[in-house]
Ligand binder design. Structure first.
Ligand SMILES: Cc1cc2nc3c(=O)[nH]c(=O)nc-3n(C[C@H](O)[C@H](O)[C@H](O)COP(=O)(O)OP(=O)(O)OC[C@H]3O[C@@H](n4cnc5c(N)ncnc54)[C@H](O)[C@@H]3O)c2cc1C
Length: 381
């Protein structure tokens, strides 16, 4: 039997994509600009994302989730990001980091307790980065000290997506700063835990509706049963979850590119100069064709990485390449889309200005472009 093409979707996948696309266009589109300006995710929209099953895509039916695949999560992030990449990252962190980590490393008790809530009404956040440890993530300084049946956390996390709305945080801390990566341990910390507060919320260039906050731990006692995986093995959870999660960021950047391209093509057909529609000029056609080609390449890379992961095959190199390439394409396509719109591309009345700002983050979070290249280099050389 012939192998299916990467972009060939099953009937279920196609129906799912159509449902998410329609939801994104009808329910997210009208809110995108206002949420960006207010730097605030719409609460009613979050409820609708839960109701549609988009906040628990891979959560098994037994816990009230949609029982979907990682590829389904990628499709959802792609379609939502074509309309609003800020909502895209909310859904992405929920599914490809928070839920994924619990599915892989949670005990039966933790899965029962938290997967059901994540699928129903609780937002997850993933807290690894600190002020002095970004790319060098395992230099983190947040400390966990065993005291009786608890671990006591002290320290600060920076740049934590979804923090303002989240009810559950996966927090990485070290049991022994001199032990390097071997001291790192992952904890499940609930909002409102004594000694845990939110710090400053960042005022960002793009994805402004997505909250990004500091977390502060001041003698925060976490029961030992809240350790995710084993003590001292958190580095493995961090590496492996991010290896998978960056496929989601590739999907976010892919969707953003598609959104920007569609706006640019529509504009080129409608806008007239020198007595013709812009799209009648060959120079304009070639720019749009080149963008479409790059988007197609990004799509193949993102879909391939996701299908490799679902197939339990090696995917780390492909995931790093996909995230690296898709974020490069997003920046280029969004920039060209602004140019296609001319002066209208530079103002907030049209959506490409926001997509241009939103594109920049793709090269920074879940491992900068240099860090992706470091992974690729290690695996190909
Ligand atoms: C909006 C936003 C949301 C985020 N969400 C989260 C989240 O939910 N959870 C979380 O844990 N973190 C999150 N982050 C943090 C993000 O992952 C880090 O910002 C990122 O990993 C880069 O770390 P850094 O900012 O410390 O930059 P640095 O590591 O200081 O890097 C600065 C520059 O130096 C380069 N560089 C670093 N080391 C090398 C090297 N060895 N060789 C060559 N170049 C190098 C980098 O590529 C980069 O260009 C988020 C960040 C932002 C901005």
């Amino acid at each position: 039997m012939a192998q299916a093409a990467l972009t060939q979707l099953s009937d279920d996948e196609r129906m799912f994509r159509e449902t998410v696309r329609q939801f994104a266009v009808e329910q997210i589109g009208p809110l995108a600009r206002g949420m960006d300006e207010a730097q605030q995710m719409d609460a009613a929209l979050i409820e609708k994302l839960f109701a549609l099953g988009l906040m628990g895509i891979q959560v098994p039916d037994e816990y009230g989730g949609a029982g979907g695949s990682f590829f389904d999560a990628v499709l959802a992030v792609e379609e939502i990001s074509a309309v609003d990449p800020a909502v895209g990252v909310l859904v992405d962190v929920q599914n490809t980091l928070s839920i994924n980590a619990l599915l892989r490393w949670g005990t039966d008790g933790q899965k029962k307790r938290y997967l059901a809530r994540l699928a129903k009404d609780t937002i997850g956040a993933y807290a690894l980065s600190e002020a002095a440890s970004g790319s060098d993530a395992f230099a983190l300084q947040t400390r966990a000290v065993k005291r009786g049946g608890d671990y006591v956390l002290n320290g600060r996390k920076l740049w934590i997506t979804n923090a303002k709305e989240a009810g559950l945080f996966i927090v990485f801390a070290t049991l022994d700063p001199t032990a390097g990566y071997k001291g790192i341990t992952a904890f499940l910390v609930e909002k409102g835990a004594p000694g845990f507060t939110l710090g400053r919320k960042e005022d960002k260039l793009g994805i402004r509706a997505s909250s990004t906050c500091e977390l502060v731990f001041n003698d925060c006692a976490v029961p030992a049963a809240q350790v995710l995986g084993e003590p001292g093995r958190g580095y493995k959870i961090a590496i492996e979850t991010l290896n998978e999660g960056r496929i989601g960021i590739g999907a976010q950047m892919l969707g953003l590119s598609e959104g920007a391209w569609v706006h640019a093509a529509k504009w080129a057909k409608e806008r007239r100069q020198f007595g013709k529609a812009l799209v009648e000029f060959q120079a304009m056609q070639f720019q749009l064709a080149e963008m479409a080609t790059e988007i197609e390449a990004a799509r193949l890379m993102v879909y391939n990485a996701a299908r490799l992961k679902d197939g339990r095959l090696e995917f780390v190199k492909e995931a790093a390449m996909a995230k690296y390439f898709a974020s490069h394409v997003a920046e280029r396509v969004a920039s060209l889309a602004v140019e296609v719109f001319g002066g209208s591309g530079f103002v907030k009345d049209y959506p490409v200005e926001k997509l241009y700002r939103d594109a920049k983050i793709g090269k920074i979070y879940e491992g900068t472009s240099f860090m992706q290249l470091a992974t690729v280099a290690k695996l190909v050389l």
